[in-house]
Design a protein around this ligand. Sequence first.
Ligand code: DPP
Ligand code: ZN
Length: 875
Amino acid sequence: AEMHYLKDYRPFDFELKSTGLDVSIHGTFVDVTARLVMERRQDGDVQAPLFLHGEDLEILGIWLDGRLLAPREFLQDGQGVTFFDVPVSFELVTKVRIFPDTNTALEGLYRAGSMLCTQCEAEGFRKITFYPDRPDVMAPFHVRIEADRSLFPVLLSNGNPVKNETLPGNRHAVCWEDPFPKPSYLFALVAGDLACQKDFFRTADGRDVQLAIYTEHENANQCEHAMVSLKKAMTWDEDVFGLSYDLDMYMIVATNDFNMGAMENKGLNIFNSKYVLARPETATDGDFEGIESVIAHEYFHNWTGNRVTVKNWFQLSLKEGLTVFRDQQFTADMQSASVKRIQDVRSLRARQFPEDAGPMAHSVRPEAYLEMNNFYTATVYDKGAELIRMIHTLTGPENFRSGMDLYFARHDGKAVTCEDFVAAMEDASGADLSLFRLWYAQAGTPVLHVTTDWDEGKGRLTLHLRQDIPDTPGQKNKKPMVIPIRTAFFSRSGEQVLLDYRGKKDKEFLLVLRSKEESFVFDGVSLPVVPSLLRGFSAPVRLRIPLNTEELAVLLAWDSDPFNRWEAGRMLVERTFRQLVEDHRAGRSMVVPEDVIAAFQAVLENADQDPALAAEILNMPSEGELYHLLAAEKIAVNPLMVHEVREFFLDALARPLKTLWERTWYACRTQGAYVFRAADVSKRRLKNLSLFWLSRFPDTGFGWVERAAEEASCMTDRMAALQLAAHFHEEGSRRMLLDFEREFAQDALVMDKWFQVQALSRRENTLARVEELMGHPLFSMKNPNKVRALIGAFASGNPFRFHRKDGAGYAFLAERVLELDGLNPQVGSRMVSILNAWKTFEEPWRSEMKKALMHIRKKEGLSSDIREVVDRALA
Ligand code: DPP
Ligand code: ZN
């Protein structure tokens, strides 16, 4: 593999008129015949040879306009095949043999249990056949699949089924036609013995669309929530964006073996079964939420991704940022908007901010990649969604909708760029987004410094804003960005005050910082006020504002923006934690101030006003989140110290609130059957948070956990109790884990939870237990969900036990990465990225992490996925 650069982009010199695939499935191999009708573009390089991508393909024959080519008439290498002499228009037929059973990378066509399925994004299609495997080459597909009828009764591809054939020798064939020209990354094929749940959806203009969810037979009864979610998403996209589905059929296939969450192949989504299957007895509220949002995300791609696709992979955020924004808006409408926003920002800070500050930092529209699979990142997805949200904020909802309409009117059926999207937004809204475009090009999280001046005599408040954008690998001395800052002010008694800004009286203003520094002047400020800035997290920046405990308590209690209430709580915790860290380092005794405790106590006392929000506020930052906080302030992370300080803080907060937590636990017990609806979800969340706090008391803690486990009647409650048990109590949790294993040994998805709970255990012997579990008959390094549940959860979700001082956690991870390098480099690359933050740690952790990275780098023939990450981490 070699580096790819955005600046080198060139259009393809040929036009692909149509693609015909004939896929013949046999015992241990699959033969693929591709029929490509092509024409040289007269506006391209008329001398250019024809290059088709193709990897790991065994050539059975190549025909140009019906003539079998001799091997000397083309040149094959590891990347593909080149033809130096092709006519202006021609038909090229290639026949290749591939081996899905040995494809453990799960890219291209592979075996997943008893079925065969595909994953082509980003560059997997080239492992199926020779092809111009690039997103700007689009063609209508005609696909014929032939297989044994007993082993593979169901044969699926994109579009509409047009023909069935019965063949000799118990074989059959099905033909599919997709009338919408599409790039190869949206191709899909599934063959297997699958159960099918059917339903239908009537579009706004009265067409009936058949909906089908395919699963293994034993999971057929677990699709109802996914189906309901799909119909909600279809309705929402019509209501909010005026977008209807376009084919006669919409199919979803669930598989246990999948690298990602799901894939939006045209008309035939393929999903990790984690995001399809759910019953109250086996799935948590989090699982139900995940399914609703991923089903929606992939459905929304039909317009933002498929109808309008990307010109090259540097533009990935064109479809992903936009589609994440759309699924966020959808979830906000279906569930609690404020909780959704809080959770998304929390995850942005936990995943994207560190990425943006680390060796893999890249802009939302990256400029170079070695391995495209490494750029399906929090930056492209989640920061990308924040960019769309800022455009939404800057233009306003109506203009944003007009911009979307214009975007589709201009670009439907085309492969375009982020720039095309911004231009459509600009043209439709009249807003000037010229400076805003820097957000796509500059990496790094801007830091927004705020100070205030209050002239009591004049009743004038001045906000001084300044932005700093940190250097990132390959990018220095950046230009100021456009930062939209939703702003309000509160009196000390919690009233949102009416202020005068540039002659306009209002209670909330949208300030837009466009330069390095700027001051904003407000009049009519006769009493002291507390500023509430960046409301709703109106820009993906780090806010530095000197508010004291009293001021933060005002916002925590009274801010009319729920997000900023939560944010005030966070600032309070972070300030307190920082103070405790200083005390700890200076050898002073640590004290959590009374007024901090009182502020959180007030939240808990009033929890019934908004249980969902209270649960978010009272859910304290994880150790991992605290690492990021320290790293952002250039304080080297000492995992032992973070653990000690955090435990001290939690204890100090738990003790005075004990009776309140007990009361809350009782108050939140729900009666009756499990229903997945926002009100119940938030009650369960608060109840299980109460349990977390109650479990911390040495004498009574485990009693609470046992009791909660006994009365748990849904998986949400069960998992909450089981996780706490696994942290705190060896004997008790062993019994619970055995019962759980016995009950769910047949259910792969539920067993993922069983592995994960143990990997997350805070008990000292967790690494040994994880190693032992790798030998469990249900564990497999070939299954990405299992790797994530056991190894991923341990290394990224259990920092205290992973970041051992002796480096044993890192050595363990390095061995797993080397193993994955030969099996599944995509998953391996995710695992190795956990070490990217090594420079932010204190010694000896820092050197131990580096040692693990160097050990990985020593391996010869390392996959480009892992090599790119390791090289950048060590650069
Ligand atoms: N395109 C998929 C998604 O984000 C993942 N590759 O939906
Ligand atoms: Zn997506």
